[in-house]
Design a protein around this ligand. Structure first.
Ligand code: NAD
Ligand code: UDP
Ligand code: UDP
Length: 341
């Protein structure tokens, strides 16, 4: 019998130490930009669960809402600031989760110049802040940095296939510059950085009418409207449930690796398959219509998550058929459409 047979390595894996650290030693003041949004508010819930953490949210409420944070308002460990990250921010913090940026195509295309400013000037400001106070900063980048990928699944080494002048470029190229800024502040000024490349994420609190595919399909099914599959419907996405995403982000922040690291669920579905699944689970009587698509829609997307598995001890736990009903429940409540029994 050898030490290996006792599985000592897994007992003392990096994730073990990470959990131990979070449990025992963390006593942190944490800034979450974009914390009133979908992923940000779930992240805030998770951070606030640790009674040693103090959390400051800075958000301009462009696509987020105070409602998402209402359970923390009034808590002495929590502070909500109406602030636009394109302006200078002076706070003293140990960690910065930098999420501020509209994520839905409808929102980020609404004012593309503002989207670029948010990604470039906003990230520059948060890096300037991190440099001044010695904070560690995590950027929520995106699978969109791979554009319409010619490699499948996408590894972090792939440099991407992005149109620099298209209608999605404000977001895609904005995030690419944000990643560049992160690495330049790291190399030039020694700022401690973490970069997550997030793949399509869904769950409760998504903006009901923000135009993303999962929220659109669930809202349409509940309202008894046709599900709008943008043509051809064979394009693929991989959908990660929000609790898994938050777990990955915290592990990345508290781990030892700068990234970029893909965080997403490798289960890949065509958009037509997604529509059929939502129809089956939520409302079998709604029709599925194929409608016109928007320009530059990536044809396939699936994360290679080997790095997240190896370096963070992370992998998603919630499958699509488990996650969709949890989101449906939240949408039913917000749309006041009770389940018929
Ligand atoms: P969201 O739109 O719900 O949240 C973004 C938040 O940022 C909102 O609360 C919004 O009001 C705020 N915001 C926008 N511009 C701002 C500015 N200039 N100053 C201050 N606050 C500002 O989106 P989300 O899905 O929660 O996405 C959060 C982050 O994750 C974003 O950075 C996004 O690019 C990234 N991401 C999300 C997904 C996804 O599938 N949800 C995929 C890839 C990357
Ligand atoms: N910044 C900020 N908060 C801080 C420190 C800096 O918002 O606590 C902003 C600042 O407005 C500046 C940006 O971060 O525009 C970059 O700061 P840095 O010190 O790196 O650059 P410099 O100010 O020297 O151009
Ligand atoms: N999509 C769709 N119907 C909708 C909204 C989106 O078929 O009502 C498709 C869209 O063409 C894309 C995929 O779903 O292929 C994901 O779109 P989303 O806007 O959610 O995210 P992103 O394109 O940024 O991955």
């Amino acid at each position: 019998f050898s030490p290996e047979s006792l599985e000592l390595p897994s007992l003392f894996s990096s994730s073990f130490w990470m959990d131990l650290h979070l449990l025992c030693f963390a006593n942190l003041r944490i800034l979450v930009t974009g914390g009133a949004g979908f992923i940000g508010s779930h992240l805030v819930d998770r951070l606030m669960e640790n009674e040693k953490n103090e959390v400051i949210v800075a958000d301009n409420f462009f696509s987020g809402s105070k409602d998402n944070l209402k359970k923390w308002i009034g808590n002495p460990r929590f502070e909500l600031i109406r602030h636009d990250v394109t302006e200078t921010l002076l706070v003293e913090v140990d960690r910065i989760y930098h999420l501020a940026c509209p994520a839905s195509p409808i929102f980020y295309k609404y004012n593309p110049v503002k989207t670029i400013k948010t990604n470039v000037i906003g990230t520059l400001n948060m890096l300037g802040l991190a440099k001044r106070v010695g904070a560690r900063i995590l950027l929520t980048s995106t699978s969109e940095v791979y554009g319409d990928p010619l490699e499948h699944p996408q590894t972090e080494e792939y440099w991407g296939n992005v149109n620099p002048i298209g209608v999605r470029s404000c977001y895609d190229e904005g995030k690419r510059v944000a990643e560049t800024l992160m690495f330049d502040y790291h190399r030039q000024h020694g700022v401690e950085i973490r970069i997550a490349r997030i793949f399509n994420t869904y769950g409760p609190r998504m903006n009901i009418d923000d135009g993303r595919v999962v929220s659109n399909f669930i809202a349409q099914a509940l309202r008894g409207e046709p599900l709008t599959v943008q043509s051809p419907g064979t394009q693929t996405r991989s959908f990660c449930y929000v609790s898994d995403m938050v777990d990955g982000l915290v592990r990345l922040m508290e781990g030892d690796h700068t990234g970029p690291i893909n965080i997403g669920n490798p289960g890949e579905f065509t958009i037509m398959e997604l529509a059929q699944t939502v129809k089956e689970l939520t409302n079998p009587s709604v029709p599925v219509n194929v409608v016109e698509n928007t320009p530059d829609d990536p044809r396939q997307r699936k994360p290679d998550i080997s790095k997240a598995r190896e370096l963070l001890g992370w992998e998603p736990k919630v499958g699509l058929r488990q996650g969709l009903p949890l989101m449906e429940e939240d949408f039913r409540q917000r749309l006041a459409i009770p389940r018929e029994n």
